[in-house]
Design a binder for this molecule. Structure first.
Ligand code: BTN
Length: 325
């Protein structure tokens, strides 16, 4: 009902809506109207009240609370079950707990801030307020060997949204899962799997995106190697808009993956890639290699030409010539 009160105020941005009108429209008491207004104010909505005129919405909080995210979200399942936290150690960890407890497919966990955000290869992930840090539970009926493909699904979905919203095709994907702009990192994806030998139980796809952040304020050695949506755009943006769009694109590409397999996802990934046909170094668990990235295999492995010999790289980190940092 609180959401319905908010909806009414949002529909009338230019005028006051009286308490009696809200009470009549929603069939609730005047006391209930007042309680919902108070609860909304506590969440950070700026609601002006004038005697004999009513209430008027003056400002929405820059928090990704359910009411803000759900308004205008048209997905079937991604983000439909939504958990919002001011602070978590890691959204991936919370999403995994919820998945074990039976959370439905598409369940999304978002934290305004993470104190123990995790990146790939056991790294930590700097996650202050102002970014988008969230994880989505997926339950594809596929064998575990295909789980890494989900990272490509999320990478393509995220790039679609970033390119559209930022109106530039300079956003690319650095293998396997970094969102980059002009060689600087804008975000990343951490996919984690729970499964048996022959079937995935659930996947948790964690997406981290530097949105309304000042890259200069990142701790060394990150600052200088990272960028943010705010930096590219030149001003802060609506994080709720980016979140809704990414959830929508993620659901769309996930359904393509389930219906048509990995090929269309990989084709889109190749269009968006920022690393093929380039000389680079790859740090792998077996050591560092230098070569030319020539292709990505049918299963997502990077094919590196070491000067005649083609090596398949399944896990590692790329450093491209001209990379910052
Ligand atoms: C990487 O590029 O190393 C992957 C970074 C993934 C970060 C996101 S933020 C939301 C989710 N929760 C985490 O602890 N990590 C992922």
């Amino acid at each position: 009902m609180k959401a319905a009160v908010l909806e009414l105020l949002k529909k009338n941005p230019e005028s006051y809506v009286s308490g009696s009108e809200i009470s009549r429209t929603l069939d609730i008491s005047r006391t209930a109207v007042w309680k919902h207004i108070r609860a909304l104010r506590e969440e950070g909505y700026r609601i002006e009240s004038r005697s004999r005129r009513g209430y008027r919405l003056r400002g929405v909080p820059d928090l990704l609370i359910p009411e803000e995210v759900r308004a205008g979200l048209t997905t079937r399942f991604c983000g439909r079950t939504y958990y919002h936290y001011p602070l978590l150690a890691s959204t991936n960890d919370r999403a995994k707990e919820l998945a074990w407890q039976g959370a439905p497919e598409g369940t999304t966990v978002l934290a305004e801030e993470q104190s123990g955000g995790r990146g790939r290869l056991g790294r930590s992930w700097h996650s202050p307020r102002g970014g988008l840090w969230f994880s989505v539970v997926l339950r594809p009926a596929l064998p575990p060997v295909r789980a890494p493909e989900a990272t490509f699904v999320a990478a393509v979905a995220g790039t679609d949204v970033l390119r559209t919203c930022l109106e530039t095709d300079e956003i690319g994907i650095k293998w396997p899962n970094d969102f980059v702009w002009r060689g600087k990192k804008l975000g990343g994806i951490l996919t984690e799997l729970s499964g048996e030998l022959d079937r995935i139980n659930h996947l948790v796809v964690g997406i981290g995106l530097n949105v309304n952040l000042d890259p200069g304020a990142f701790p060394a050695p990150l600052s200088g190697t990272v960028t943010s949506v705010q930096e590219i755009r030149g001003r802060p943006v609506s994080r709720a808009n980016y979140l809704r769009r990414i959830l929508t694109a993620l659901e769309r590409w996930y359904l393509v993956w389930l219906a048509d397999g990995f090929a269309p996802v990989l084709a889109a990934w190749k269009r968006y890639n920022a690393c093929l046909d380039r000389n680079l170094r790859v740090s792998t668990p077996e050591g560092e290699l230098a070569g030319r990235a020539v292709d990505v295999d049918r299963d997502g492995a990077l094919l590196l030409d070491l000067g005649g010999e083609i090596r398949r790289i399944v896990t590692g980190e790329l450093f491209m010539e001209g990379d910052v940092g």
